[in-house]
Design a protein around this ligand. Sequence first.
Ligand SMILES: CC(C)(COP(=O)(O)OP(=O)(O)OC[C@H]1O[C@@H](n2cnc3c(N)ncnc32)[C@H](O)[C@@H]1OP(=O)(O)O)[C@@H](O)C(=O)NCCC(=O)NCCS
Length: 357
Amino acid sequence: MNKGATPSDHQGDIRTFALPQVERFQSTLRREPTSAKSTKMAIISKGDGYIIRNPDNVEEVQALFWPFMNELGWNRSKLDGLTHYVTAGAASWFLLCPTDSPKPEGFICAFTSANATGWIGFFCINAPYRGRGWGTPLFQASLDLFKARGMEFVGLDAVEQQVGTYTRRGFVDVARVRTMIRPAFAEMPLEAPRGRTVVGERLVDVREIAKEALVGSDFKHTGMERRSLWTDDALFHRTDTTGFAIVGADGGRLRGWILSRTSITGHRIGPLYAESARLASVLVHAVLENLQRAEGDFAAEIPVDNIAAQSAFEHAGFAVGGPDMHCMWLDGKVPEEQKPGGKAATCAYAWFDAGQG
Ligand SMILES: CC(C)(COP(=O)(O)OP(=O)(O)OC[C@H]1O[C@@H](n2cnc3c(N)ncnc32)[C@H](O)[C@@H]1OP(=O)(O)O)[C@@H](O)C(=O)NCCC(=O)NCCS
């Protein structure tokens, strides 16, 4: 388990932590010339003054991702850009390239999962290029990809200002996502845990859990089968990714798990899935205790539908950190797991990332 990574450890050049992964990913592309070629060549659409194309490499995405995360205050880690790129694959990212600019000026990511559920994330255009109507074809590129790949469900988390535009495109506002923030330990020391494991339960490093079990658990809570996310290449190679799981005596069944990774101001906690509020509290405490030497604050994006989620974080010193985001699904089609009364409303305590669902 990596102890107490500080935000400053992880905000710098991705070379510090991730270059071997990038190289490995690119060498994967080199071993698969067909996908590499189509990625490089693909112009998705053209309009007056712009083209939309896939990125040639992760650096193109990072060159937009990191400035956007800072300017928009979306508080991610630079390494999240790599995680999202590897998870989605180059063909799911679309870059807006104005002909009067030497570089791409906007992007969007259309995440597709193995069970026909898509998610739109990171829809951003640099301010001088907004309001020209170019966001519309960029957004459409995502919808076209979902259609081509046969996605039955398509969701996104919208900031308040964009709810109207997504509504006009057929998305229905069905749930809320709330950001909870905990001040740094220097301001608010960690208190004693609210809950404890009981006989038969074991708290273990999340890396001891088989990836297949994480994929299955995430699927049960979100309705998204994210086989490319819960991997070493996308996430677990990162030294800032830490986490715990609770397994039962009943054959080591996974009863809950939590992850943490760095953000601009500190750390982001999520996902957190747990069979009970007690286990959720144990996991929140475990992940915070493990980060005792870390600087900065802690953020979590919680499903408002799970009424136990907010208290689990409040008990650990978190408070509501800003306006809720709107979880919207195309044509109002919501995966079973995220419908009222589904697993999300009872056992999901924090999402992984609003940008990826
Ligand atoms: C979202 C964004 C990419 C849209 O780019 P754009 O260049 O404005 O796109 P367009 O000109 O094609 O407009 C697309 C739609 O967004 C709407 N829109 C754009 N900016 C808006 C704003 N600030 N508030 C409300 N609606 C806005 C437009 O009215 C249009 O909707 P309509 O076609 O239904 O009328 C851009 O505003 C942006 O980067 N915003 C900051 C990042 C952000 O908030 N992303 C969305 C996260 S959910």
